[in-house]
Design a protein around this ligand. Structure first.
Ligand code: TNX
Length: 523
C-alpha cells in the first residue's frame, strides 16, 4: 500500500476510506501526517524535498540530554504516549550523543538566540530531533510529537498499521505565555480523574494553565485543615442539590503533580469577597449577625459577601490563602474579586488591597477578575478581563498584565447554537467560527499590547452537570483557543483551521472525548 501524502485533512478522510476497503476510518492502515497540519498551527515548517517520511512504528528508543529530572519527566510522557498509541513502549536512555536513536530530545543551553518556549523539530526518515533553549520549549516540542503520533489508533489485530510523518524542520514558539482554560468545579463537582483527563488534553494542544475555580456560593471544593467545615459542610452540595464533593489536600497535590508532569500549571482560585455563601454557611462566626445562611443550590450570582467588620473574617482569609499557597508551586494565586454586589465599594477596595499585600508577602503574584482593577492594584497583579471594557484602561493605568477571557468569545458555558444542551446564552452563542475569529488585539485600543499576557477560556458549570457535558462544551472550542494563544494572528485563517480541525476528530475519538460535532466542520 502506498503512502498517502496529504496537506488537506478533509481529503485524507476520503483517501483512507477509499483505499482501506473494509476498514473503518477509526483504524486507518497508514496515515501520512505533516507537522504543518497540527493544532495550534506551527510558526514555520520547511518540508524537505526528498518525499521521505518517518515511520512512527520505528520508535524504539527515546534518548535525552541532559540527564535532568525535567528531561526524565518529559521523556516519560513521550514514551507513555508512544506506548499508548503505537502499542510498544520505547526504552528511555540518557545520552549526550544524537546518533542511532529514533527520538532525541535535547536542551540547548549554549545558544542565546532561542525565544522563550521555542523549539525545533527536525524530522528525517531515520529520526526525530527535538531541541529547545528552555524546558517550556522541550515540552512544546514533545507535545507536537505526541499529537502527530496520536493520528494512529493502535490496532492489535494489525500491528503493521502505521503513521508516517513528513520530513522537514519545524521552528515554533508561542505568541503568549498564558494559554489557559478554567474549570468551575463548584457549581457541579468534577472528580480527580476527570480533571486529569482534561489536563492531559490541554497539554496535547499546548495549553499550559488550568485555573481551578474552587469556591463559590454553592460549594467549597478544597480541604482547608484549619477550617474543616468548609468542605464537610460547605462542600456537601452543588447546583440542583446533588452531593457535591471536594478535593482533600492530598488529592489536590495529585492534580498539581499530574499537571506539572505535562507542563500545565494549576492556578487555584478562592473567590473573595463575594461568591462566598458556602463558607458563610459552614461557619456562623463569619457572618455579621452570627448566624449561618442555608447552603445554596441555585444559580443566581452576586448574593453574598464576607462580613468585613467581623473579627473572624481576616484570620479566616489568611488561613485559607496560606494553606492554598502551601499547595501551590506555581507563582500565582487567583483571589476572584468578581461580582461583589453585596460588598460596600470602599470596603471592597480596602479588602483587595490588603489581600494583595498578603498574597505578595507569601511570595505569590495575585490574579483577579477585572473588577479588581477598580482597587489600587500594583503593577505585578494580573487582571482577568471578562465582561466590561471599562476596566481595561484602569488595568492599563495600574500597569497590570491582562488575561483575556471575553465572555462573548471565550465562555465555554455559552451554547454553540440554539440546539446545544446544556449551556446558557447570556453572552451570546459561540459557534466554532466565533470561538476562533477573535484576538486580544481586538481589545487593545486602551491597553498597551505588551500588557496582554494571554487568554483563558472559562467553563462555568451551573448548567454543565457531568464530564460528558464538560467535554461537549469544551471540545473542540479549546482547540480554537489554543491556536489563538499560540499562533500569530497573521497566520490564522478560519478555513485553514477548519480543515486541520476536521483531522482532530479521530484523535479526540481515540481519547474518548465527547466533542461537539460542529456542523461548520467537515468531520
Ligand atoms: C459570570 S465570569 C460569572 C460566574 C458565572 C458565569 C456564568 C465571572 C467572573 N463570574 O460567576 O458562573 O458568569 O456564565
Amino acid at each position: 500500500m502506498g503512502i498517502f501524502r496529504k496537506r488537506n485533512y478533509s481529503n485524507l478522510k476520503l483517501i483512507v476510506a477509499l483505499c482501506c476497503c473494509g476498514c473503518t476510518f477509526d483504524s486507518p492502515k497508514i496515515v501520512a501526517v505533516s507537522p504543518s497540519d497540527i493544532i495550534p498551527k506551527v510558526a514555520r515548517f520547511d518540508p524537505d524535498l526528498t518525499n521521505e517520511n518517518f515511520e512512527v512504528s520505528s520508535l524504539k528508543t527515546v534518548a535525552y540530554w541532559p540527564n535532568s529530572v525535567t528531561m526524565q519527566r518529559v521523556t516519560t510522557l513521550l514514551a507513555d504516549s508512544i506506548g499508548g498509541t503505537i502499542g510498544l513502549r520505547p526504552d528511555r536512555v540518557a545520552s549526550s550523543t544524537v546518533s542511532e536513536y529514533e527520538l532525541f530530545v535535547s536542551l540547548d543551553t549554549t545558544d542565546d538566540n532561542w525565544k522563550p518556549s521555542e523549539y525545533t523539530l527536525v524530522v528525517s526518515s531515520k529520526s526525530i530531533l527535538i531541541t529547545a533553549g528552555d524546558y517550556d520549549g522541550i515540552f512544546a516540542g514533545a507535545n507536537t510529537v505526541r499529537q502527530l503520533i496520536s493520528h494512529h489508533k493502535y490496532d492489535e489485530a494489525d500491528p503493521s498499521a502505521n503513521v508516517r510523518i513528513d520530513t522537514g524542520t519545524v521552528s515554533d514558539w508561542p505568541r503568549y505565555e498564558w494559554r489557559g482554560a478554567m474549570l468551575d468545579v463548584v457549581r457541579h463537582f468534577i472528580n480527580v480523574s476527570d480533571v486529569k483527563k482534561y489536563i492531559n488534553l490541554l497539554s496535547l494542544y499546548k495549553l499550559n494553565v488550568l485555573h481551578l475555580h474552587l469556591t463559590d456560593d454553592q460549594g467549597w471544593r478544597i480541604e482547608i485543615k484549619s477550617w474543616p467545615d468548609l468542605t464537610t459542610v460547605g462542600g456537601s452540595t452543588q447546583v440542583g442539590g446533588g452531593d457535591g464533593g471536594f478535593y482533600t489536600q492530598d488529592q489536590y497535590r495529585e492534580i498539581v503533580t499530574y499537571a506539572h508532569n505535562r507542563n500545565v500549571m494549576i492556578v487555584p482560585e478562592i473567590d473573595f469577597p463575594g461568591h462566598i455563601n458556602a463558607a458563610l454557611a459552614s461557619y456562623p462566626e463569619l457572618n455579621c449577625d452570627g448566624s449561618a445562611p442555608e447552603l445554596f443550590t441555585g444559580t443566581e450570582v452576586g448574593i453574598s459577601s464576607l462580613c468585613f467588620s467581623d473579627p473572624d473574617t481576616w484570620p479566616f482569609v489568611k488561613d485559607v490563602i496560606r494553606e492554598v499557597a502551601s499547595l501551590t508551586p506555581s507563582p500565582y494565586i487567583h483571589i476572584g474579586g468578581d461580582e461583589a454586589h453585596q460588598s460596600d465599594k470602599d470596603d471592597y477596595i480596602d479588602f483587595i488591597g490588603k489581600l494583595e499585600e498578603y498574597v505578595q508577602s507569601l511570595g505569590y503574584t495575585m490574579v483577579g477578575w477585572e473588577e479588581i482593577a477598580a482597587a489600587e492594584i500594583s503593577s505585578s497583579t494580573i487582571t482577568q478581563f471578562w465582561l466590561s471594557e471599562s476596566y481595561l484602561p484602569l488595568a492599563a493605568q495600574a500597569k497590570s498584565n491582562i488575561i483575556f477571557s471575553p465572555s462573548n468569545k471565550a465562555y465555554m458555558d455559552m451554547k454553540y447554537d440554539v440546539d446545544t444542551t446544556p449551556g446558557t446564552i447570556w453572552a451570546g452563542f459561540i459557534n466554532m467560527q466565533v470561538a476562533y475569529e477573535w484576538d486580544p488585539n481586538d481589545f487593545l485600543t486602551t491597553v498597551p499590547s505588551g500588557n496582554a499576557i494571554g487568554i483563558e477560556a472559562p467553563l462555568w458549570t451551573e448548567s454543565v452537570t457531568s464530564m460528558t457535558e464538560v467535554e461537549l462544551m469544551s471540545f473542540p472550542r479549546l482547540l480554537a483557543y489554543a491556536e489563538i494563544a499560540w499562533t500569530e494572528p497573521s497566520e490564522r485563517q478560519w478555513n485553514d483551521f477548519r480543515s486541520r480541525l476536521a483531522a482532530q476528530g479521530p484523535i479526540l475519538d481515540a481519547r474518548g472525548v465527547n466533542y461537539y460535532r460542529s456542523p461548520l466542520i467537515d468531520w
